[in-house]
Design a protein around this ligand. Structure first.
Ligand SMILES: C[S@@+](CC[C@H](N)C(=O)[O-])C[C@H]1O[C@@H](n2cnc3c(N)ncnc32)[C@H](O)[C@@H]1O
Ligand code: SF4
Length: 394
């Protein structure tokens, strides 16, 4: 690698999104290491909190304004936690507030995550009216036994009801599913995928259950977890089965019908910019001087107090060292099965392509990066050893 990388960034050509984090859930799931916390139990407490939290999100977002000028917002993602615990009124206040402060692209994708245990028809309509045009529902499984083992707050009947409502109100919706679950068989997986594929969803996210350090599952491993061979076999099956149903795998865990890939996530994977607000939220912005990352306070109360007292809610702000950019870029871009055009590398990092040319040549020679002129993408073998391929850029 060269010693002094040349920076020539043009932020105006880099797509821009917004991520908003809602940190509360009905209760914490035993496998989850997202920044999510059981909601306060006292009657009315969450309702009392949500107005203040929405105000804080909007104030916090303003901190990014000097860096983005009039760049249009291409997508918004309201994630969690369980943002479907919000009232329709709070969601409207939030999205109106964003529109008042930023210029939204006319066709902006606006996604909200929803837990089937928190939904009512009226609320779905209110979210839609507030501007949400894509829903992502945390179904996880169509088996009551497996939902129970996962500690979910909902059952299959409620999952199906949430899907029915989504189909009526949102034409564009995703289901989150998990596989390699305790007690799951191939036959069980096939039934679940079949139901998901015929549900009307336009997008499926299929995550392999990961035992995350620090979670309840890490302390007490669930019984009857599939072994590594069974898990790999299930992963291959998910891809082949969904392809047969018209869902193309385009990312490690992402499957979409034609034209329905998640634009917000595509922006992460193509190393675009995203402003972030909310407890524990991560943002990235490109300016002429370089790329800056920020992370907000994780603890929701600490986050709220900081914003309410007029202080910065950033727990961490750092300029990305240009030396780290090739790895950071590949951590994202190589998750996409079709990879990215070569020119994206220099456009998004400001580094000359020569900086990665020899590593790419070496990976191509080893059959890990495809021999695809003008594109950077893994081969099937490379995808199976993704972290090794990404680490070659360290
Ligand atoms: C923030 S949650 C989605 C919305 C909502 N909180 C819910 O769970 O219904 C994001 C998704 O990540 C997936 N996920 C969370 N923890 C996981 C783990 N340990 N292994 C695999 N997938 C996980 C789940 O599919 C979950 O729906
Ligand atoms: S509901 Fe979603 S975010 Fe909340 S604890 Fe469960 S998986 Fe995590």
């Amino acid at each position: 690698m060269t010693d002094s990388p040349e920076i020539r960034l043009n932020p105006a050509v880099i797509p821009l999104s917004i991520y908003l984090h809602w940190p509360w859930c009905v209760r914490k799931c035993p496998y989850c290491d997202f920044n999510s916390h059981g909601a306060p139990k006292e009657p009315g407490a969450l309702e009392a909190l949500e107005g203040a939290y929405v105000d804080a999100l909007l104030t916090d977002l303003e901190a990014w304004l000097p860096d983005v000028g009039g760049r249009p917002i291409e997508s918004i993602f309201i994630g969690g936690g369980t943002p479907s615990l919000m009232s329709g009124r709070a969601m409207k206040g939030l999205l109106d507030g964003v529109r008042a402060r930023f210029s939204l692209a006319p066709d902006a994708e606006i996604t909200m995550e929803a837990n089937p245990g928190t939904l009512e028809a009226g609320k779905f309509e209110a979210f839609r009216e507030a501007g949400v045009n894509r829903l992502s529902i945390g179904i996880q499984s169509f088996s009551d036994d497996r939902l129970k083992r996962l500690g979910r707050i909902h059952n299959v009947r409620e999952a199906r009801e949430a899907i029915r409502l989504a189909r009526d109100i949102f034409e564009n919706f995703n289901l989150d599913l998990m596989y390699a679950l305790p007690g799951e068989t191939m036959e069980g997986l096939k039934e679940e995928l079949d139901e998901a594929a015929h549900s009307g969803a336009t997008h499926l996210s299929c995550y392999q259950l990961t035992i995350e350090p620090g979670t309840a599952f890490a302390k007490h491993l669930p019984e009857e977890l599939p072994d590594a061979d069974q898990t790999a076999e299930m992963g291959d099956f998910v891809e082949a089965f969904l392809a047969g149903k018209g869902f193309t795998r385009y990312e490690v865990s992402g499957y979409a019908r034609q034209g329905r890939r998640c634009r917000h996530n595509l922006n992460y994977w193509t190393f675009g910019d995203y402003l972030a607000a909310g407890a524990g939220a991560h943002g990235k912005v490109t300016t002429r001087e370089g790329i800056r990352r920020e992370m907000r306070f994780m603890n929701p109360r600490q986050y709220l107090h900081a914003v309410e007292e007029g202080r910065s809610a950033a727990a961490e702000i750092h300029r990305v060292d240009p030396e780290d950019l090739p790895f950071e870029f590949m951590l994202n871009a190589l998750r996409l099965l079709e990879g990215v055009p070569e020119c994206t590398f220099s456009e998004r990092t400001g580094l000359p392509f020569e900086q990665i040319a020899s590593t790419l040549r070496d990976l191509r020679a080893r059959g890990l990066i495809a021999d695809d002129p003008g594109r950077i993408r893994t081969t099937r073998l490379g995808l199976n050893f993704l972290s090794d391929v990404q680490e070659a850029f360290l």
